[in-house]
Design a protein around this ligand. Structure first.
Ligand code: TYM
Length: 331
């Protein structure tokens, strides 16, 4: 079992990342060999500022360390520092089909009405993501639900490559979603949109850097409906905002949606929100304190990332060499 996953170093780590992916990564460190990376090459697919990108890589690395990623157990690195990712991505771009990429919903969402003006990188983004996991023969890729389609594409690319070049080079990876974590955390302002760094309203998400007061205020102002919580969680299906808050509470407290619905049955959201804010502050406050501490030693973060990149390169280089051989670039 080998676990590989990444996160874009854009903006703050938020509750969706934490519950959908990062807390799972932390647990998996004790179960398998793990590689986690800052997807800084992916961050280039949308316009950004070079100085901000560099700062964000360090900040996101600190946020992962604060959340419990332990460099003694896992390999933590920045994607751009392991050139094999880009090199394999090119080869895989020649394997992936236009039709496959045309089906990717994230490109449609992110390009919106500006398809013609989007970078080519935004379109081929999922192929780089396939290279990220295939380079290391990942067996499991822990991600939130929104990344499932990209991991399925990586599976298709692995199978086509192995088949076309008659090799057994790439392991076909499994997306690893849910299982005690919230696969899909929604915006606090709109139960039909996922919680995301790109939402213009900061009130829509809870960040790792939020103060206790900010967390309490965001929860208080979170959109809900006037009805009380029902004991049967099926009743929440038609109430997306209510369902989201109950799901977050369950994920944060490590209980099931059924148990939470039973515990708060008949109560309105006034009471529930107080309990939710307390639970969120209990989760986030210690991580925030750790993050502030880690920010004080950027040289240490750089050292951890450099050591991680060295280890990742050693694992990636043989796979890339095999890929070069398989396609006929070397003998
Ligand atoms: P990114 O940076 O958008 O998000 C990082 C992780 O957080 C999960 N996530 C969520 N989960 C539940 N609810 C939400 N609202 C929510 N928002 C984010 C994401 O599913 C993801 O697991 N393309 C990836 C980064 C990447 C990658 C990879 C991931 C690049 N290469 C290879 C896995 C393997 C991305 O943009 O994630």
């Amino acid at each position: 079992m080998r676990v590989v996953s990444g996160i874009q170093p854009t903006g703050d780590l938020h509750l969706g990342n934490l519950l959908g992916a990062i807390l799972r990564w932390v647990r998996m460190q004790d179960e398998a060999e793990c590689l986690f990376f800052l997807a800084d090459l992916h961050a280039l697919t949308v316009d950004g500022d070079p100085t901000t990108l560099r700062a964000n890589v360090r900040e996101m690395a600190a946020a992962l360390l604060a959340s419990g990623i332990d460099p003694a157990k896992s390999i933590l690195f920045a994607q751009s520092q392991v050139r094999e990712h880009s090199e394999l991505a090119w080869i895989l771009q020649c394997v992936a089909r236009m039709g496959w990429l045309n089906r990717m919903t994230q490109f449609k969402d992110k390009s919106g009405k500006n398809k013609e003006g989007s970078s080519v990188g935004l379109f081929t983004y999922p192929v780089l993501q396939a290279a990220d996991v295939l380079l290391y023969n990942a067996t499991h890729v822990p991600v939130g639900d929104d990344q499932k389609q990209h991991i399925e594409l990586a599976r298709d690319i692995a199978l086509k490559f192995n088949n076309d070049f008659e090799v057994e080079l790439f392991t076909v990876p499994e997306p690893f979603i849910g299982g005690g974590t919230a696969a899909r955390v929604m915006s606090l302002r709109d139960g039909s949109a996922k919680m995301s760094k790109s939402d213009p309203s900061d009130m829509s998400r809870i960040n790792l850097t939020d103060s206790d007061e900010a967390i309490a205020q965001k929860v208080r102002k979170a959109r809900t409906d006037p009805d009380p919580i029902e004991a049967d969680p099926a009743g929440l299906d038609s109430r997306p905002e209510a369902k989201n808050l109950v799901g977050i509470y369950a994920a944060v407290t490590g209980s099931s949606v059924e148990a939470v619905a039973a515990q708060f049955a008949g109560q309105g959201f006034g009471t529930f929100k107080l309990a939710l804010a307390d639970a969120l502050i209990g989760l986030i406050a210690p991580l925030r304190t750790k993050l502030v501490e880690l920010r004080g030693d950027p040289a240490e973060i750089d050292r951890i990332l450099a050591a991680g990149a060295d280890k990742a390169r050693a694992l990636a280089a043989p796979t890339l060499a095999e890929a070069y051989r398989a396609v006929g670039l070397t003998t």
